[in-house]
Design a protein around this ligand. Structure first.
Ligand SMILES: *Cc1c(COP(=O)(O)O)cnc(C)c1O
Length: 354
């Protein structure tokens, strides 16, 4: 830390946090520590309880979101850990348009009576707050996947807290560069680290962050017992990816903004959904056939699910039977990577049905 104790900027924190203390012959990067077991009487003891490579990643992401980070084997494992905080039969308020894994997980818990769920439209802050009366947890995703709706986080968090509910925000699409829900009072932030944070489509990992001193130990105990721990090698790669989050996201966002303008002028596109920030764009084509023709006709873009990598990918979301029926059949979600905007545009244009 500099002597004047001035808080460091985001991009600086992204590159300095989670490194070993400087010293002669000390590696600059936290090494991959492969260990199932450690010598007794220390703080780690066993590989399911802790790992120095996870800690390095957690320190770095914690410094970016402004809280204590607990990492997991995947984003879904992180989501499962947060849902485990809900008492049996408790009410969860959740967005009708959210990551399909989250929706399917909540439906399954609801079917076996583990939780009750109130599905809401996150753009209706008053409606979300009203639904939170008596709720154990308000789950938010903003922007939502793939509708790209934006929730008024400060208003919902304030109202949900007044109703006694915890608030968790899936911040995967925005990343801490663009949105830091803990600063707005959220109790928990969840990430699919798989996406932008790691950023290279080569690993699965998840994370939960909290600034609440009582929630962190509960999460750690849950992870140690349930065992959805990340691999040290993936934590190493994720931390390597996190170092460049700011430059990757800034470029992806600039390209997304450029492509949105061009898509909005294209006669073959009915509607373009874009919240104004981030690297995900949803283009609505007239029907499933034309959307499939676009996805099948691109060469530079990759037809692939998932998002947030350096490459650019796209998919028609309703090809998944689990996608919400309120999402248009012709909606194609684009994940804008780091290729040149003109090249990406030229490829879309040659594949877009007239
Ligand atoms: C991908 C994703 C998840 C799930 O994460 P995994 O790492 O695939 O388990 C959760 N939320 C959002 C918004 C996602 O995009």
């Amino acid at each position: 830390m500099p002597d004047d104790q001035r808080p460091l900027h985001f991009t600086t924190r992204a590159v300095v946090a989670g490194r070993p203390a400087a010293g002669p012959d000390v590696p600059l990067n936290a090494p991959v520590v492969l260990a199932s077991t450690y010598g007794s009487y220390g703080e780690l003891e066993y590989g399911r309880y802790g790992n120095p490579t996870w800690t390095a990643f957690e320190d770095a992401l914690g410094a970016l979101e402004g809280g204590r980070c607990v990492s997991y084997a995947s984003g879904m494992a992180a989501i499962g850990a947060v849902l485990d905080l809900v008492p049996v039969g408790g009410l969860v308020v959740a967005p009708r348009h959210s990551y399909t894994g989250t929706v399917m997980c909540l439906r399954e818990l609801e079917e076996r009576g583990a939780v009750r769920v109130a599905w809401v439209d996150v753009t209706d802050a008053d409606g979300v707050v009203a639904a939170s009366l008596g709720a154990a947890l308000v789950w938010l995703e903003s922007p939502t996947n793939p509708a790209l709706e934006v929730a008024d986080l400060p208003a919902i968090i304030e109202g949900a807290h007044a109703n006694g509910a915890l608030v968790a925000v899936d911040n995967t699409f925005a990343t801490p560069l663009l949105q830091r829900p803990l600063e707005h009072g959220a109790d928990l932030v969840v990430h699919s680290v798989t996406k932008y944070l790691a950023g290279h489509s080569d690993l699965l990992m998840g994370a939960v962050l909290t600034a609440d001193g009582t929630l962190a130990p509960r999460l750690l105990a849950q992870r140690s017992l349930h065992g959805a721990v990340p691999s040290p090698f993936e934590a190493f790669l994720a931390l390597r990816g996190l170092r460049t989050l700011a430059v990757r996201m800034e470029r992806a966002q600039a390209t997304a903004q450029e492509l949105v303008q061009r898509l909005r002028r294209h006669a073959g596109v009915v509607e373009v959904r874009y919240p104004g920030f981030g690297g995900i764009v949803s283009a609505v084509l007239p029907d499933a056939e034309r959307a499939d023709a676009l996805v099948g006709g691109v060469r530079l873009w990759r037809a692939a699910t998932s998002l947030g990598g350096v490459e650019s990918s796209l998919e028609r979301r309703r090809r998944w039977s689990s996608e919400a029926p309120t999402i248009p059949e012709g909606l194609v979600r684009l994940s804008i990577g780091l290729a040149d905007a003109d090249d990406l545009w030229a490829d879309l244009v040659q594949a877009l049905p007239a």
